[in-house]
Design a protein around this ligand. Structure first.
Ligand SMILES: *Cc1c(COP(=O)(O)O)cnc(C)c1O
Length: 347
């Protein structure tokens, strides 16, 4: 949980925020404050909108439903990027893919993408494997595919990535990862090109889905409202944590996360047995550190759990073979010191 969340929760309850009407002026003010804090945090230029969804999983479906008629293209290097690709198929779009083996990324690889492709989808931080797709790699695609919409899943890294909003049309995250908040809110940042594409699709007679059509969300968001009854408490808490992050300073948050990541990777690089899963330094995630545990990770996770450390297990097919360490902004420096000291004892 992000430091200070207890205080924000208590204030929310004292102010009756969990029971206010989502059509009230109190809600509109909360919505506006949260959107403005996020605009500042992400350095959004004019022409970008912020829509609230239930989760990142919902956002995958909405991006396809609103903005893709024929085909999307997906950079897949683990379970999450793959699920987006599969969702496009389930929605009966012709989805193309460049798939990297687990633990690897795309740097140095050129994807064969059809020139007319409507949407190209990147996952900045593949949480299942700890592979990061560096921002310059993502940005380089705008020049090659000026007509395509470029989207970035930054669910388990926002607000760490430094995105150039001239090269990206949509990016999204869920609050339960780096923001250290209770789950139940997905945030989509999107520009006018995405809205225009939805307009064009609607004009051509295509369905955009029902309540979370971008064309229904746009006028609501401009009035600091939502189409449905939203997660009011989640919107409030997100605004508070985004403000706290702004006070702390985004560049210091980035520096802290990066320097802790370096320490963690250096520790495992020097370890004889427990090696980082991701080989290429520039593709190593700053926020999700994945380490191979050849003797099996379950006993290690259990032992560290007795000491109060919650480590992730390997994801999917890597369960029992790896640990995943969340190096999120919510985690205090001391926790990383203590974790490394405890691991040293176990070596
Ligand atoms: C967690 C995660 C998701 C899914 O987020 P939900 O909020 O569970 O829908 C998508 N992409 C990545 C990279 C994730 O880590």
């Amino acid at each position: 949980m992000y430091p200070g969340l207890d205080h924000h929760l208590a204030t929310a309850v004292q102010s009756y925020i969990p029971s206010i009407s989502h059509r009230s002026s109190t809600y509109k003010k909360i919505h506006q404050e949260t959107v403005e804090a996020l605009q500042t945090l992400f350095g959004l230029p004019e022409g970008f909108h912020i829509f609230f969804h239930a989760s990142a999983t919902e956002i995958w479906e909405r991006l396809i439903q609103n903005c893709v008629t024929r085909d999307s293209f997906h950079f897949v290097n683990g379970s999450f990027s793959k699920r987006f690709y599969q969702a496009a198929h389930e929605l009966q779009r012709a989805a193309g893919v460049l798939e990297a083996p687990w633990g690897e990324g795309f740097v140095g690889k050129v994807a064969e993408i059809p020139g007319e492709v409507e949407m190209i989808n990147f996952t900045h931080n593949e949480t299942s494997t700890g592979v990061c797709t560096p921002e310059p790699y993502i940005h380089a695609h705008k020049d090659r595919f000026p007509e395509a919409l470029i989207t970035v899943d930054m669910v388990s890294s926002a607000p760490i990535p430094v995105l150039d909003w001239r090269q990206v049309d949509a990016a999204y995250f869920s609050v339960q990862k780096c923001f250290g908040l209770p789950a139940g809110l997905g945030v989509l940042i999107l520009n006018e090109r995405c809205i225009d594409k939805a307009r064009q699709r609607a004009a051509d007679g295509h369905t955009l889905g029902t309540y979370h059509s971008f064309l229904k969300q746009l006028p609501k968001s401009q009035a600091f409202q939502t189409v449905e009854t939203p997660n009011v408490l989640g919107v409030y808490l997100l605004g508070k944590v985004a403000q706290d992050m702004l006070h702390r300073g985004l560049s210091s948050i980035r520096q802290e996360v990066e320097s802790r990541a370096e320490r963690l990777y250096a520790f495992f690089d020097q370890h004889g047995q427990w090696q980082p899963f991701v080989q290429h330094a520039e593709e190593r995630s700053p926020t999700v550190i994945v380490v191979n545990i050849p003797e099996g990770s379950d006993p290690l996770i259990a032992r560290l759990s007795e000491k109060g450390f919650v480590l992730g297990n390997g994801y999917g097919k890597m369960k029992g073979k790896q640990i995943r360490i969340a190096n999120f902004p919510a985690i205090p420096e001391e926790a990383i010191d203590q974790l490394l000291a405890e691991m040293e004892k176990l070596m």
